[in-house]
Design a protein around this ligand. Structure first.
Ligand code: ZN
Length: 142
């Protein structure tokens, strides 16, 4: 029976992997794909691809970007503005800080392609802060 049990576990793992994320795009890959999304002066950001933020899937859309500090925690929120067909949605993630050299002039979200070809937000730069912000997941940062 050990073989059957193993096959069942592998099948379950496959299902989990498939449900986790859809490919951001098709086509040949010459290497890791990256993207970055700049926060405008009005606090808006156009996320042009579906991305993963922490453990959450964030669909491509325009968002209001915010950053706040609660105690020691630096928290990022993306708010999808309500439209006629959708309600306002808030995506929030805590971050881990990596020391940087000098304060950033603007806020920027960097995305990196994962092994499953989905894009995940890897680093967030915050205007006026030197530290890089790494989105936390249930299992730490990526
Ligand atoms: Zn911060």
């Amino acid at each position: 029976m050990p073989m059957n049990r193993r096959a069942a576990l592998l099948a379950a793992a496959g299902v989990l992997a498939l449900s986790g994320a859809l490919p951001a795009h098709d086509g040949p890959h010459g290497g890791p794909t990256t993207a970055s999304f700049r926060v405008g002066g009005d606090g808006g950001v156009n996320v042009r691809e579906d991305v993963t933020l922490g453990d959450t899937r964030v669909p491509k859309s325009k968002y209001r970007f915010a950053h706040r500090i609660e105690g020691d925690a630096h928290i990022i929120t993306l708010t999808r503005i309500a439209t006629r067909s959708s309600v306002e949605t808030v995506y929030e993630v805590g971050t881990a800080l990596i020391a940087g050299r000098q304060p950033r002039k603007g806020s920027l979200l960097h995305a990196k392609e994962a092994a499953d070809h989905s894009l995940h937000i890897s680093v967030i730069e915050i205007a006026g802060e030197a530290a890089d912000h790494l989105p936390r997941t249930r299992h730490g940062t990526r």
